[in-house]
Design a protein around this ligand. Sequence first.
Ligand code: CDP
Length: 230
Amino acid sequence: MPDNTNKIIIAIDGHSSCGKSTVAKAIAQKLNYIFIDSGAMYRAVTLYCLRHNLINNGIVNIPELRANLGKIKVSFSFNDKTNHNDIWLNGENVEQEIRLLTVSQNVSPVAAVAEVRHLLVALQQEMGKSKGIVMDGRDIGTVVFPEAELKLFMTAQPDVRAKRRFDELTAKGERVSYDEIKANIIGRDRYDETRDESPLRKADDAIIMDNSYMTREEQLEWILNRVVGI
Ligand code: CDP
């Protein structure tokens, strides 16, 4: 039996494109924990919906999606080349494709479907059973791991977030405009915060971190200082 006595669960929630996954991955590496990007799971289900015409103009065909849920298998597999836990959809590595702006533009309505959430939350809870995990998303500290020992709520100014995501996508060669990126992150935040099922909100016991003017190193240190205090 592995000794998990000192291992904790770190739950990171917050607004779109504020660098949650980047900092979560760095913490996991430092602590030798598992890192799970729960947003990648919602993105993979969205990719399935786009490929199977289950979403059109932002409207999800909920009865069809429900009927197809049993056919959607989402999992993670560690990629030695990139040192990253890649997401797989039905036996295919979709780590790159799920980051496309079209997926970002359709993910929030898919993530608002109760049955999608129940399926993915159950998988996420299973992954955290042995603790030693850093998971980022929108409902990690409120729904997935309400008992997490450390909860963070990350945010940054919308312009800073839009610039970061714009730089990230253009560096990969995607042709996108700054304005459409900014509209997407603001629109997604609003959608995620106002949905009925597990809306994005700060857990009462979460610590807020605004990283608008923090470097990645400062963010890492800020969080690690809080882990030490537990
Ligand atoms: O990377 P970014 O912050 O832009 O988004 P993400 O973490 O990849 O999440 C994409 C979308 O999935 C969010 O806008 C939410 O609609 C949804 N999501 C969710 O509902 N619950 C989670 N735990 C994670 C993501």
